[in-house]
Every structure is written in C-alpha cells, then in structure tokens.
Design a protein around this ligand. Structure first.
Ligand SMILES: *Cc1c(COP(=O)(O)O)cnc(C)c1O
Length: 231
C-alpha cells in the first residue's frame, strides 16, 4: 500500500512537471495538494512520508481531528464549503481557505482572524461554469466581491479557486481554466490592497494536466493518489 501511494505521487509529480514545462514554467511553480476527505489516517501519513507537504480537507471537524493527530509540519488547506459558524475554528487550524465565496463569510473570517491574532490567507472560489450545482461566486460578481474583501484587514487574498464541470474528456475543461486565469489577470490589474493574485487552485485527478498547462499553481488531487472514495 505504501509503495502504491508513493508510486502514484511520483507519477503525478512527473506529469505536473511535464505540463508545467508545456506552459513555460518550472515544476516548482506548481504545488501538489493531497485531498484527504474520507481517507484514513494511516494512508494520509503514507502520503506525507512520500513528501506531500500540502493537505486539503473538505470538512472542518474531520480536519480538526486529523490536524490534532498529525500536527502542522505540513500545510492544511480547507477546500470544502465553509459555514460562517465554523469560521472561528477554521481560522485557528487552517493555513489557507480556498472556498471564500460570499461577503458575509469574509466578514466573519475577518472578525475571527483578528480575535485569533492571524491574517488568514484566502482564495476566492469562482463558479466559472455557472452551473447551479456548483459553489462559488459567479464570474460576474467576483471582482466586486474581491474589492469588498480587500477592505478587510485580517484577510489576505492570494488568488482564485474553481471546480469546472465534470467531463470524461479533460480537454473539455480547458476553457474554464482559461477563463479563471483571465479573471485572475483582470483582478491583478486592479492592484487592490491586500490582494495578491498569485495562486490559481484548479485541476483535480481527471484534469490536472490541462489545468497546469493553463497556469494552475495548486492542483488538488484525491483519487489519483488514494484510489476511489467510498460512496
Ligand atoms: C474532492 C475534491 C478534490 C479532489 O478530487 P479527486 O477527483 O479525488 O482528485 C478537489 N477539490 C475539491 C474541492 C474536492 O472537493
């Protein structure tokens, strides 16, 4: 089992490096996040032993237990939907929150960050496809949300995150990755305070190579490392 996780990670890193090269960037421009929702502790620790230094969790409670157990020698990122009433815990345990999608949550995170004495790094989650089932601020409302968030002194906006629709053919996701990158460039041109458009968190097991070709700086990968999740 250990060997398998380690091998999978090595294969993924190699594919990331090649895709980065195709985008004219070094492999070091892209970070691999291991997505660990429903993954048991032992297998997470195997991924960490194989060099993973960034872990993504979907649920605050599940993450809290794992972080208490495994410690903070790696970064823990929240990639799932965040309810405002969990903001207090979230700012204390996570290194970055990828799912900021509304002003009400931003205000709560700002307040809780101040109380905890931290400046929380956040990504703005954009519903780039406009699908009803997807979370995230709409493409049209993203810039105005980011302008509002830039006024909050205890939040540091580091970039954008998205989940494109699911396609069998990863090429079909490419236009959505391009759209996120173009939005990133538009936001960056505004030069807002506390807003650094460094990160594009995009690409999952089925489409990360395309995402890297289009500029991803963080790819979020679960199944390709750990296998299928239980239904
Ligand atoms: C589960 C999840 C992933 C990882 O998906 P895989 O298909 O397992 O690679 C990435 N991002 C988010 C937001 C997720 O919820």
């Amino acid at each position: 089992m250990n060997a398998l996780i380690k091998e999978q990670i090595a294969i993924i890193r190699q594919r990331i490096a090649l895709a980065a090269q195709r985008s004219g960037r070094p492999a070091s421009a892209v970070r691999l996040m291991a997505v660990t929702k429903t993954v048991d502790d032992q297998r997470i620790m195997q991924a960490i032993a194989a060099g993973v230094d960034m872990v993504g969790e979907n649920y605050v409670q599940e993450a809290r237990r794992k972080i208490e157990l495994m410690g903070k020698s790696m970064e823990w990122h929240l990639i799932g939907h965040l309810q405002s009433n969990k903001a207090k815990v979230a700012v204390r345990i996570f290194d970055m929150i990828h799912s900021l999608d509304r002003l009400e949550l931003a205000c709560e995170l700002d307040k809780r960050s101040q109380m905890a004495g931290v400046v929380m790094k956040v990504l703005i989650e954009v519903n780039i496809s406009g699908e009803d089932t997807k979370r995230g601020v709409s493409h049209g409302d993203a810039l105005s949300l980011i302008r509002d968030v830039s006024a909050l002194e205890n939040l540091s906006v580091r970039g954008l995150m998205t989940m494109p629709p699911w396609f069998d053919d990863p090429e079909a996701a490419r236009p959505f990755f391009i759209a996120l990158r173009e939005l990133r460039d538009r936001v960056a041109a505004e030069k807002l305070p506390r807003v650094e458009m460094r990160e594009l968190s995009m690409g999952m097991s089925q489409d990360y190579q395309v995402a890297v070709e289009e500029g991803a700086t963080i790819v979020r990968i679960g199944r390709s490392i750990f296998g299928e999740r239980p239904q």
